[in-house]
Design a binder for this molecule. Structure first.
Ligand code: SF4
Length: 562
């Protein structure tokens, strides 16, 4: 039989060259999208000068788009959502149609450490310029709302007078450094990370050489064995270890992040001393700056580079091109459960410090406080002999340095401010993102919805006595500002159908994330339960069912996540 098929080419077609990823050291620095353009056009940090000289005098309408929607973020400023626009319109309106003429202002608080003077200053700014608004975020910042551009220079003046700032609180920069809230005070701390945080803050934050990263860069450091800074979901983390040969220092983790494509950080298998940690941090940031992907913003976080390189290559590049020396091999930090830590690592409750005084951790409801609450908290702390407050990555706060005979009086005073040192598991374990009240990306409301669910759960489940801590994280959209994948129950905001087929605010359910439950050895990300959705009004019903089933079935040892 004659073969009539056309002859096959003997050589393969030439492979189309891969599109450049926008890696500066590989592809050059030509910008590949508008974000990269505006960052190169003018140093984003330089917008401060224009805010002070022009926009604060001439008002909102004088601000051009690339400053308003781009560079303002480098100084912690985002326009907030116009009130009254429902979540169904989030995806259909243009960003400028969603935005108000007011700003969210994020105050950067590295390590979550505040003096009572600083707290009082933030409280005053909230009351005077922010309609009393204040939220403690799950990155140890405080966010204010309703800020007008005319007020911003005076706000900076007041913040900077007490050693606070909004520098690089948002934007494609090294964001606030998460630090153990009990740094320098806990009896059971391995090492105080404060000097490392301070050195990074002083040397590198606001450095123009690090002010144009591919995207945000998140850092965390802890010296506490409860691993209290969610180190697995940061771009770089330093976790204290007691190395059998080198003594106490830090184990380095890289490449964690959540959002819509979550990835847990990996160990570099490298041990660094406290003295080395800032340089290693600086090396990792510069790898991100030089090799990070810049073409697509949804592929620009460090986790994507790490996924392609792997940790061995990452460590090699860090050593060869940035440090100029070999790192020592590390040891893995022990799991908190193996050391007897069975709580959520939030430091809520009463704990003795290494100096014999006490710190008291208290839970505001989903991080929502107010200028008035913060001012009264500063007064209350001082009346009980304390001048130091700390914020936690679980939207909680601590009052440090309290004498034993002052503890109960402080707890009573905190409760009067709505800050519970002995909260229910629901008030303790629930965190919520900003949501539709102020966020332009939100689809549903989060803070008030969560607060209502907490109240209902406390009423309904008071009969169960002592329950294990339960983490319930509530997001207003598919982004993961409230870390839904790390919670026992994570709720991702979306519109859902109610029993009558009407579209209403609700949530997709994720179950079984374990980072904030150190009683699990195997940290993992929660999984979406296919088809499992709850309406906003149905959260308490759903959580009640889960908790009652757990209470009936569990053996007393397992966490909710298990
Ligand atoms: Fe806004 Fe979504 Fe982040 Fe919530 S998770 S603060 S709604 S972007």
């Amino acid at each position: 039989m004659v073969n009539t098929a056309p002859a096959q080419p003997t050589t393969r077609p030439t492979k189309r060259p891969a599109r450049p990823n926008g890696q500066w050291k590989v592809d050059g620095t030509a910008p590949l999208n508008h974000n990269e353009e505006f960052k190169q056009e003018s140093d984003p940090l330089a917008v401060r000068d224009r805010i002070e000289r022009i926009y604060a005098r001439e008002g909102f309408d004088s601000i051009p788009g690339d400053d308003l929607h781009g560079r303002f973020r480098w100084w912690g400023l985002y326009t907030q959502r116009k009130p009254g626009i429902d979540g169904g319109r989030t995806a259909t309106l243009e960003p400028h149609e969603l935005e108000d003429r007011y700003f969210m202002l994020r105050v950067r608080i590295d390590g979550g450490a505040l003096s009572t003077d600083q707290l009082r200053t933030i409280a005053g700014i909230s009351t005077e310029f922010g309609r009393g608004s204040a939220d403690i975020t799950d990155r140890q910042n405080i966010q204010l709302h309703w800020i007008e551009v005319e007020s911003v220079p005076e706000i900076w003046r007041r913040l900077e007078a007490v050693g606070l700032s909004t520098t690089e609180a948002c934007g494609d920069v090294p964001r606030v450094i998460l630090g153990s809230p009990v740094a320098g005070v806990a009896k059971d701390e391995l090492i105080d990370p404060t000097p490392v945080i301070d050195e990074i803050q002083e040397r590198f934050i606001g450095d123009p050489a690090l002010a144009n990263l591919p995207r945000k860069f998140k850092s965390a450091i802890t010296g506490h064995p409860s691993l209290d800074v969610v180190h697995e979901i940061n771009d770089v983390s330093f976790v204290a270890v007691d190395h059998p040969e080198h003594g106490i220092g830090y184990d380095v983790w890289v490449g964690g992040a959540l959002s819509t494509t979550p990835r847990l950080a990996e160990r570099l298998d490298a041990f660094v001393s406290a003295e080395e940690a800032p340089e290693v941090w600086h090396g990792v940031v510069r790898i991100f700056r030089d090799y990070g992907y810049r073409r697509l913003r949804n592929k620009a976080r460090l986790k994507f580079l790490l996924a392609d390189w792997g940790v061995e290559k990452f460590r090699q590049v860090l050593e060869d091109e940035y440090l100029g020396y070999r790192l020592r091999d590390g040891v893995e930090p022990p799991s908190p459960s193996s050391l007897g830590y069975d709580g959520p690592g939030d430091h809520v409750g009463v704990h003795e410090q290494h100096d014999g005084r006490f710190y008291v951790g208290a839970a505001p409801t989903v991080g929502r406080v107010s200028g008035e609450t913060l001012a009264r908290l500063a007064d209350l702390a001082e009346a009980h002999g304390s001048r130091r407050v700390r914020l936690t990555p679980q939207q909680k706060l601590l009052v440090l340095d309290v004498a034993q005979d002052q503890v109960e009086s402080l707890i009573t005073g905190l409760a009067e401010l709505g800050l519970k040192a002995r909260p229910s598991p629901f008030r303790r374990g629930t965190i919520a993102c900003t949501g539709i009240e102020y966020c332009k990306l939100a689809i549903v409301e989060t803070k008030a919805t969560s607060a209502a669910a907490i109240t209902q759960l406390e009423e309904r489940l008071g009969d169960l006595g002592s329950l294990k801590p339960l983490s319930l994280h509530v997001n207003g959209c598919p982004n993961s500002c409230a870390r839904i994948q790390t919670a026992d129950i994570g709720l991702k905001g979306q519109l859902v159908l109610d029993d009558d087929g009407n579209q209403v605010p609700g949530f997709q359910v994720h179950l079984g994330g374990g980072l904030v439950s150190p009683d699990r050895d195997d940290a993992g990300l929660g999984r979406t339960v296919r088809g499992l959705k709850v309406t906003a009004d149905g959260i308490a019903d759903y959580v009640e069912r889960v908790v009652r089933r757990y209470d009936a079935d569990h053996d007393g040892e397992e966490s909710f996540a298990e």
